[in-house]
Design a protein around this ligand. Structure first.
Ligand SMILES: [Zn+2]
Length: 127
């Protein structure tokens, strides 16, 4: 930081986001579990995570408890936390016995995501 109080950041130009690591995905999961509605969902303590180079999806949920995030597409902390939150909603659908892989963004998903977005201050269209 310079003396004028302005932040001067020099970011390396990389092909993949340095934000997305197994450690940061776990940290987001643990953070989200401390706040509503996730803290009322009885989510598993242990999950599996993977960093992917996928250019087509920000993140994905894989049954039963795996969350993968793309370091090719996720370039901001907000996107990282939101992506993990989105996949936790799918995990919750699965845990309720209502995860349809062919139609994951169904009415239940919208109900869960509405609750998440209201609680965390996100716009549902961006979720
Ligand atoms: Zn989804």
């Amino acid at each position: 930081m310079s003396k004028g109080g302005r932040v001067k950041a020099v970011l390396p130009r990389t092909k993949y986001s340095n934000l997305v690591t197994e450690q940061s995905i776990y940290a987001c999961y643990d953070l989200l579990r401390t706040v509503y509605p996730f803290n009322s969902w009885d989510l598993p303590d242990e999950i599996e995570v993977n960093v992917q180079d996928d250019h087509t999806a920000y993140a994905e949920f894989v049954v039963p408890n795996e969350i993968n995030v793309s370091r090719a597409l996720v370039w901001s902390m907000d996107e990282l936390v939101r992506s993990v939150a989105h996949e936790i909603a799918h995990m919750m659908q699965y845990r309720m016995g209502k995860f349809d892989e062919k139609n994951p963004h169904d009415a239940l998903f919208h109900k869960l995501s509405r609750e998440i977005c209201l609680s965390l201050g996100w716009r549902q269209q961006e979720f």
